[in-house]
Design a protein. Structure first.
Length: 347
C-alpha cells in the first residue's frame, strides 16, 4: 500500500471536522516485529504506539490500530465538554533540533516534520467519550492496549485537592469504560493554568498522582511530563511520583513562541508546544536521564519515549535509551503508514 494515499488528519480543517471525518480501518498486512513486548505489564504486539494527539475518538484509534500501532492513547478527556482552540491547531515551523529555551521560531506555510501544536486539550462531554471508550475497547483486537489520557479542569476557586478529585473522577470513568491504562496529562504548554504545568511542581504532582492511584486501583497509571532541563529537577520529580505510578511518558513537546512571516507573534504571543523531528534529541536525552535515575533509585518503572521518531532506527534509539514503548504523533499524522514502514525496516 502506498502510504501517501492514506487519509490523514487535515490541519486546514477544524478539530470538530476531523473528529467527524475519521478514516475507516484499512485491510493491510502488518509485518511482525520479533520479540516479546509489553506496556506497563500488559502484553502488546510491538513497541509502537501513538500518544493522545492524533486519536480524537475511537474511530481514529481503530484506523491507526489497523496500520500497525499497538498502544493507542485516546485523546485527553475532561469532566466537562471543552472546545478546541481556533485554527491553526497545527502550525508547521522551521527549526533544527531544540534544546529548550528557544524564544522564537518562524512559521512556514507547507508541511514540515516539526510543528507548533495548539489544541488546548479539548474534550467531548463525559457521556460521549465514556460511551466511545467502551465501544473502542470492544473493537480492539488482541495485542492492543487502549490507554486513555485524562486531565483535571482547574477552576478559579479550586484547591489542589479539588483539582485532584477532578483528575480522579475522569480516570475512574475511563477505567469503568474499559481503559487498559490511564495516562494523566501533567504537561501541556498550550494552557497557562496548573492543569498543564503540574510536572513542574513535584509536591503537587505527587498529591494528584496519589489521588489517581486511589481512584483506579491496580490499573496501570502513566504520567505524561514535559521537558525537564536539569537532572536535579528530574530526580526530585521521579522521587515524588514513583510511589503512585507505573510509568512516565516523555517528552510532551518543547515550548517556544511562533512568529508569522511578517514577524508578528502568533497565538497572542503565548508559547506553544513544538512537536516532531525537532524534539527528538532532547526527548532521547530525557529518556536516558530518567532511565539512569530509575536504576539509581531502584525503581521498576516503564518509560515511554515520545518525540520525533519516524524510522526503525529512531525507535531503536529510544529502546536503547531505556524506553519500553515508543510513541509517534507528528510522523503518524503526516504519514499514517509510518508504523508499517518501520515494521518493514525492522531487522
Amino acid at each position: 500500500m502506498n502510504s501517501t494515499m492514506l487519509p490523514r488528519y487535515d490541519r486546514a480543517q477544524s478539530y470538530a471536522w476531523n473528529y467527524e471525518h475519521a478514516p475507516a480501518p484499512v485491510a493491510v498486512e502488518v509485518p511482525a516485529i520479533p520479540g516479546e513486548w509489553s506496556y506497563c505489564g500488559r502484553p502488546v504486539g510491538s513497541p509502537l504506539g501513538l500518544p493522545a494527539g492524533p486519536l480524537l475518538n475511537g474511530r481514529w484509534c481503530l484506523y491507526y490500530a489497523s496500520l500497525g500501532f499497538d498502544v493507542l492513547t485516546y485523546k485527553t478527556v475532561r469532566s466537562y465538554e471543552r472546545p478546541c482552540y481556533p485554527l491553526p491547531n497545527l502550525q508547521p515551523v522551521r527549526c533544527e533540533q531544540l534544546a529548550g529555551g528557544e524564544e522564537r521560531l518562524p512559521a512556514i506555510n507547507h508541511d514540515a516534520p516539526s510543528w507548533a501544536v495548539s489544541f488546548g486539550m479539548p474534550s467531548m462531554s463525559p457521556e460521549t467519550w465514556r460511551s466511545d471508550v467502551a465501544w473502542t475497547r470492544k473493537q480492539l483486537g488482541p495485542g492492543k492496549v487502549l490507554a486513555v489520557s485524562v486531565v483535571g479542569s482547574v477552576q478559579p476557586d479550586w484547591t489542589l485537592d479539588r483539582l485532584a478529585e477532578d483528575y480522579a473522577q475522569c480516570a475512574a470513568w475511563a477505567v469503568e469504560a474499559g481503559a487498559d491504562v490511564i495516562e494523566t496529562n501533567f504537561s501541556c504548554p498550550n494552557v497557562a493554568t496548573c492543569d498543564g504545568q503540574l510536572y513542574q511542581q513535584p509536591a503537587d504532582a505527587a498529591r494528584v498522582a496519589a489521588r489517581l492511584r486511589a481512584a483506579i486501583g491496580r490499573t496501570p497509571l502513566v504520567v505524561k511530563i514535559g521537558h525537564v532541563h536539569h537532572e536535579h529537577e528530574a530526580e526530585v520529580l521521579l522521587e515524588a511520583l514513583a510511589p503512585s505510578i507505573d510509568g512516565l511518558a516523555m517528552t510532551n513537546s518543547v515550548a517556544a513562541t511562533i512568529a508569522a512571516s511578517d514577524g508578528q507573534l502568533m497565538f497572542e504571543g503565548q508559547k506553544r508546544g513544538i512537536c516532531g523531528e525537532a524534539t527528538r534529541t532532547a526527548s532521547l536525552r530525557q529518556t536516558a536521564l530518567f532511565a539512569r535515575l530509575r536504576e539509581r533509585q531502584g525503581l521498576k518503572l516503564s518509560l515511554v519515549g515520545v518525540g520525533g521518531a519516524s524510522t526503525a532506527r529512531h525507535v531503536r534509539h529510544y529502546l536503547d535509551a531505556g524506553a519500553e514503548s515508543v510513541h509517534l504523533a507528528t510522523a503518524a499524522m503526516l504519514n499514517p503508514g509510518v508504523a508499517l514502514e518501520i515494521r518493514r525496516e525492522w531487522k
